[in-house]
Write a protein that binds this ligand. Structure first.
Ligand code: ADP
Ligand SMILES: O=c1ccn([C@@H]2O[C@H](COP(=O)(O)O)[C@@H](O)[C@H]2O)c(=O)[nH]1
Length: 211
């Protein structure tokens, strides 16, 4: 392995297509060379918080995340040390009892709504991406996904979107676009942007082999 892994941040609003972009990039490489850290897995542990309170937590505010742990894990992986990544349960709104042992790799992708908001995280990144998708598409995608995969109802998705997700997006997420090196419109199916990123990463990996 080369001297230091490359760290790529992928930010953008909820439902913008961050996870889809990241997975599409990921699928072009073998598991030997690339790993993914989801900021969502680093929501603060709420095991001791009663369920009624968990339902009231603002999951779109920077303070909802345990960025200290995320930063510690990125720093360990940069030093080629393995980490125990937490696993998040969206239905229970807290960490599950499982952890995933993550081995260090040459490419680290850090993905999440607010990964460009924390200056300490930005300083660890070599490439910063922002997935930029219109709000109407984001809410439609989120509605379908949250009902299918995260145990939500139409009413709960709309209520959370109007009261929390939308205002927090405008206050905290959208302004981080200014820190991006590359802005990817539409997300998941933007093959041109995904191919450009894949080529860039391949070049970096090839250079590492030579060095
Ligand atoms: N370009 C796209 N067109 C249509 N649906 C998409 C597109 N990109 C993502 N999706 C879908 O929208 C939902 C949210 O995408 P996801 O990648 O999970 O977004 P994020 O991680 O930003 O919240 C998923 O169900 C995904 O399959
Ligand atoms: O317990 C939780 C944790 C998070 N959320 C919502 O998830 C999104 C972030 O995930 P994306 O995959 O980027 O959509 C965030 O907007 C939170 O509102 C939640 O509802 N409950």
């Amino acid at each position: 392995m080369g001297k230091k892994p490359i760290v790529i941040g992928v930010a953008g609003g909820s439902g913008s297509g961050k996870t889809s972009v990241t997975k599409s990039i990921f699928d072009h490489f073998t598991e030997k060379s690339i790993l993914m850290l989801e900021q969502d897995y680093y929501y603060k542990d709420q095991a001791d918080v009663p369920m009624e309170k968990r339902l009231q937590t603002n999951y779109d505010h920077p303070l909802a995340f345990d960025n200290d742990l995320l930063i510690k894990h990125i720093e360990s992986l940069i030093n080629y040390d393995s980490v125990k990544k937490p696993v998040y349960d969206y239905t229970l709104h807290t960490r599950s009892s499982h952890v995933i042992e993550v081995e260090p790799k040459d490419v680290i992708i850090v993905e999440g709504i607010l990964v460009l908001e924390d200056e300490r995280l930005r300083n660890l990144m070599d490439i910063k991406l922002f997935v930029d998708t219109d709000a109407d598409l984001r809410i439609i995608r989120r509605m379908l996904r949250d009902i299918k995969e995260r145990g939500r109802t139409i009413d709960s998705v709309i209520e959370q979107y109007v009261t929390v997700v939308r205002p927090m997006h405008n206050q905290f997420i959208e302004p981080t676009k200014r820190y991006a090196d590359v802005i990817i419109p539409e997300g998941g199916h933007n093959h041109v942007a995904i191919d450009l990123m894949v080529t860039k990463i391949q070049t970096i990996l090839e250079q590492k082999e030579i060095l």
